[in-house]
Write a protein that binds this ligand. Structure first.
Ligand code: NAD
Length: 479
């Protein structure tokens, strides 16, 4: 099938008619094509967004809210179609897409349908000066939203929903690796009555389509989720043009396990936080540090549980670990296992490709557990973003904290303990944007979401996202 760009509410071919192949990771076959949109296509999308802006930015909050809620409802109605499309594009189990990705995409639209009706601005009375200040928050104009392949519709909608709720018009680009549900979202938006041009979706490579969005002189803000290197490049283009930037980047998240935790809950959750979505979630805990007194027990129990994980075709209901997203990514993940071994680490389980009968050319890899001696080895310092975790013991709280922070990234951390003092100390001192204690990936959409250090700049979620997508203007009135 040929995917088309969604511009001004219509599906259109790219102007220069250049196309890219789209692969199904579960069998390695090409199953469609997407446009590799060029600057002229992005310009067309920009013009559509710009012409929709005056009307959309003046549309009442009640109407915007109603349309967003309708999009949410339609996503829910089409859950099976969207889950299957997501799985075919990405390799993730259909069951996971049905339980997590698609419901969450609907929740993003529903959340911002509600949030925009509760979003206020500030007022300050300048006591003694006979003046009052109030702040207007206006939409920015045309904004760019660029998202990655790991949670395609979920992360795409996490940007689009607040941007349009706040009254902006969008030129958006999903990952070229997973374009399908973004394409389907175009149909849904039309059906929901979103006015033409409010959301425009252009497909293509980062270096062509993405670059054209980021460097467009009149696209005034960029909301980006993806790799740290790409984020740095985008910042280098957008910052001198004084664009507003939100960057959600890579991670190398620590999972700190103390002997006093609720062991069984920790164990089951740690299997999930290591291998959910084939370990391709920016929040996965890829560095597991375990208190020495329970290290040997944890090692044995964890490996035993990981061994039981069912690797298989994404549409098989029994599958817990599906295919990796692409051949290139599979090769990258495998190369890190080799690097770890060369650096003296020990593979406790996994490390090998899996042949799924009938799908021999799919990109399947065993969930992999590696024991490391040193936190400074490459596998503990560089983002692998696959079904690979490392484990390492620690003796004291101070050592655990130092190990957790000894990395350039700072997205999230998980702490397993029942000690309140330790919980508070770690919550304060971990250099991450998110800390989970005795849980993982429990999400409340009102909370600020994002990372410190090389994991990003700015926060998404709740009113933070609505603040990002609006320009504050202070008015001072003297009386
Ligand atoms: P990527 O950086 O390769 O690509 C992300 C998006 O940016 C894609 O749409 C891509 O086409 C586009 N892009 C690439 N080069 C560009 C350029 N020069 N200009 C504009 N756009 C460009 O990342 P990926 O491989 O798709 O995704 C995996 C990465 O995303 C991992 O590092 C992961 O940690 C990160 N991620 C972060 C979060 C978070 O919330 N912090 C969430 C999910 C994924």
């Amino acid at each position: 099938m040929k995917i088309q760009n969604y511009i001004k509410g219509e599906f259109v071919n790219p102007i220069a008619a250049t196309w890219l192949d789209n692969y199904n990771p579960s069998n390695g076959e090409i199953y469609g094509q997407i446009p590799n949109s060029q600057q002229a296509d992005v310009e067309l999308a920009y013009q559509a967004a710009q012409s929709a802006f005056p009307s959309w930015s003046n549309t009442s909050l009640a109407t915007r809210s109603k349309i967003l809620a309708k999009i949410a409802a339609l996503i829910k109605d089409k859950i099976q179609l969207l889950a299957e499309a997501e799985s075919k594009d990405n390799g993730k189990p259909v069951s996971l897409a049905k339980e997590v990705d698609i419901p969450r995409a609907a929740a993003n639209f529903q959340f911002f349908a509600n949030a925009i009706t509760q979003f206020g601005s500030e007022a300050h009375e300048s006591v003694g000066l006979n003046a009052v200040n109030f702040t207007l928050r206006h939409p920015i104009g045309v904004v760019g939203c660029i998202s990655p392949w790991n949670l395609p519709l979920y992360l795409f909608s996490w940007k689009i929903a607040p941007a349009i709720a706040a009254g902006n018009c969008i030129v958006a680009k999903p990952s070229e690796v997973t374009p399908m549900t973004a394409y389907l979202l175009g149909e849904i938006c039309t059906e929901a009555g979103l006015p033409k041009g409010v959301l425009n979706i252009v497909h293509g490579l980062g270096s062509t389509t993405g670059q054209a969005i980021v460097s467009h002189p009149n696209i005034k803000a960029i909301s980006f989720t993806g790799g740290t290197e790409t984020g740095a490049h985008i910042a280098s283009v957008a910052a001198p043009m004084f664009k507003k930037l939100s960057l959600e980047l890579g991670g190398k998240n620590p999972n700190l396990i103390f002997a006093d935790c609720d062991y069984e809950t920790m164990l089951a959750t740690t299997v999930r936080s290591s291998f959910a979505n084939q370990g391709q979630i920016c929040l996965c805990g890829s560095r597991i540090f375990v208190e020495e007194t329970i290290y040997e027990k944890f090692k044995k129990d964890f490996v035993q549980k990981v061994r039981q994980l069912q690797v298989g075709h994404p549409s098989d209901a029994a599958t817990q670990v599906g295919a990796l997203v692409s051949k290139a990514h599979l090769e990258k993940v495998k190369s890190y296992i080799t690097i770890a071994e060369e650096e003296g680490a020990k593979v406790l389980y996994g490390g090998l490709e899996v042949t799924v009968p009938g799908y021999e050319n799919g990109y399947y890899l065993q969930p992999t557990v590696i024991e490391v001696q040193d936190n400074l080895c490459r596998i503990n310092q560089e983002e692998v973003f696959g079904p690979v975790v490392t484990i390492m013991p620690f003796k004291t709280d101070a050592e655990a904290l130092a190990l957790a922070n000894e990395v350039k990234y700072g997205l999230s951390a998980t702490v397993w303990t029942n000690n309140l003092n330790r919980t508070m100390q770690f919550s304060k001192q971990l250099q991450t944007g998110i800390v989970w204690v005795n849980t993982w990936m429990l999400r409340d959409l009102r909370t600020p979401f994002g990372g410190q250090k090389a994991s990003g700049v700015g926060r998404e979620g709740g009113f933070e996202a609505l603040r990002f997508f609006t320009e504050p203007k202070n008015i001072c009135i003297k009386y």
